[in-house]
Design a binder for this molecule. Structure first.
Ligand SMILES: [Zn+2]
Length: 136
């Protein structure tokens, strides 16, 4: 049987089904980058088995974290005031921040008419909406 690399959705589904403590995205990126070879340079035969190995390593390290919902936290969603990582489960996977460069943000803000005293994020949202409509 030839190895068929999983996609991120496959990994997420399996992690969810088995309540594993592995960050699916990290796992996926790690093995994609290594063309599905493990850290010993061996070809991965079973990605599910690898997930279990990673899961056990997490448990051994005591590396299990909780989402606010009580679910197993696998994603780091930032840090709290004390510098502790904030964890999220798969169901509460943190949204990726929109990638807007400083220049783009500046340009967007300049388009807002003077005298507009709404909050900055409101202005940006309005401008984004306008830009979207223009580009349609
Ligand atoms: Zn959760």
């Amino acid at each position: 049987m030839t190895f068929k690399p999983p996609n991120l959705e496959d990994i997420e589904a399996y992690v969810r089904e088995k309540s594993l403590t592995v960050d699916p995205e990290f796992f996926y990126n790690f093995f994609e980058a290594g063309d599905w070879h493990d850290s010993n340079g061996k070809k991965v035969k079973s990605w599910k088995q690898k997930l279990w190995t990673w899961h056990r390593a997490n448990l051994r390290r005591g590396d299990t974290h909780k989402c606010y919902c009580g679910g197993i936290g696998v994603y780091i969603a930032g840090k709290d005031d004390t510098g502790q990582a904030i964890w999220r489960c798969i169901d509460h996977k943190p949204k990726q921040r929109p990638i807007v460069t400083k220049e783009q943000a500046g340009r967007i803000l300049k388009m807002v008419p003077a005298g507009d005293n709404r909050s900055t994020s409101d202005k940006v949202n309005t401008q984004r909406k306008l830009l979207k409509e223009k580009s349609l």
